[in-house]
Design a protein around this ligand. Structure first.
Ligand code: SF4
Length: 338
């Protein structure tokens, strides 16, 4: 377990004030400055200065717009990448079922989500899902997707040629990341993940990035590295996600960070990475919406953070629920059909 700084900072902390002023002046923060912000005590004055600036920047730079994204997990099957936090890792499969959605089911779910009012639609699979099959499903979904809804692939690693094919089908972007402790807690190689990130960018797809899955044992240095990586890729949508301890997974006993800690990490990511469209926290946490977060996900189907394979019946939030959360925080959700 990493020891977090616990001392309360009474009064003004000049160092933190200086870093926040640098952000106001438009300077990009370095790794050490990012780590200093992450070290802010969650019940100190500095915490409120941090979230105040993150909130102010999101409200002004993103015109106070809120965004609802939705993801469909296409299959619940044992996955060979065997991530130690995932309910679908093949060595510790913890899901309540094994299945693969057929094309009609995916199209019907996509239609329901679109009709509920979403900005971006994500299709997610485990890493072993056959790519041709995935593309076939995607082609059918694409046919019913309104022009204004972005279409995003969240799949295993792939090369440049595949990235081009995804683009040709109509995907506008891809969610891909180098996970925290990739290669240690996962069976994927960090360099393979980075090759995929480069293929996504080279193909002209929008890259969606996230610092994840954050657990109590991760250091602030590890998190800062991923925030800076996202900035190097010039991401439009940035995210932070906490690990949910799923019973039966190897990392279950490590526990989880608090919503307050997650909200602080989101605020820092917002300031360090400087996304140009939206900032997300996952899973949805109301308090993060005053910390610079303006985008949330609804989820349907399989979900690595859930042992109920139809997550909409368990941990997954509905479009209506996340839209309400954003509206409660004062965000405007223009362009919804309902
Ligand atoms: S997180 Fe993704 S890659 Fe890792 S085991 Fe689960 S489905 Fe496979």
């Amino acid at each position: 377990m990493v020891k977090r700084e616990k001392s309360l900072q009474g009064g003004s902390n000049m160092k933190i004030d200086g870093i926040l002023n640098s952000v106001r002046e438009g300077k990009l923060l370095d790794r050490q400055e990012a780590v200093s912000l992450l070290n802010i005590n969650n019940i100190s004055d500095d915490f409120y200065k941090l979230i105040s600036l993150a909130n102010e920047m999101t409200r002004s730079e993103f015109n106070n717009k809120g965004f609802v994204f939705a993801q469909i997990g296409l299959n619940a099957e044992p996955c060979s990448v065997n991530c130690k936090f995932c309910s679908m890792g093949k060595g510790h499969y913890a899901m309540d079922g094994i299945w693969k959605k057929d094309i009609d089911a995916v199209v019907s779910e996509a239609k329901t989500l679109i009709d509920s009012g979403i900005h971006d639609l994500f299709l997610m699979t485990t890493a072993d899902y056959p790519i041709e099959e995935f593309m076939d499903v995607a082609r059918h979904v694409r046919k019913i997707l309104p022009g204004g809804v972005r279409f995003v692939a969240n799949i295993g690693d792939f090369d440049y040629d595949t990235a081009l094919k995804l683009k040709e089908i109509g995907f506008t972007g891809a969610y891909h990341i180098k996970r925290l402790r990739e290669g240690i807690n996962t069976g994927a190689k960090p360099e393979t993940r980075i090759k995929t990130l480069n293929a996504i960018k080279k193909a002209g797809l929008e890259l969606y990035y996230c610092v994840e899955p954050i657990g109590p044992e991760h250091t602030y240095e590890e998190m800062a590295d991923e925030m800076l990586r996202a900035r190097e890729y010039n991401v439009g949508v940035m995210a932070v996600m906490r690990r949910i301890p799923v019973k039966g997974t190897p990392l279950y006993k490590k526990g989880q960070i608090s919503p307050l800690e997650l909200s602080k990490i989101a605020a820092v990511a917002r300031l360090v990475t400087r996304p140009h469209r939206a900032m997300n926290v996952h899973e949805p946490v109301q308090m993060s919406l005053i910390c610079g977060v303006n985008q949330l996900y609804a989820e349907v189907g399989a979900n690595p953070r859930d042992d109920v394979s139809n997550t909409e019946k368990s941990r997954g939030f509905t479009v209506e629920a996340v839209r309400q959360m954003l509206e409660d925080a004062g965000y405007e959700l223009n362009g919804f059909p309902v």
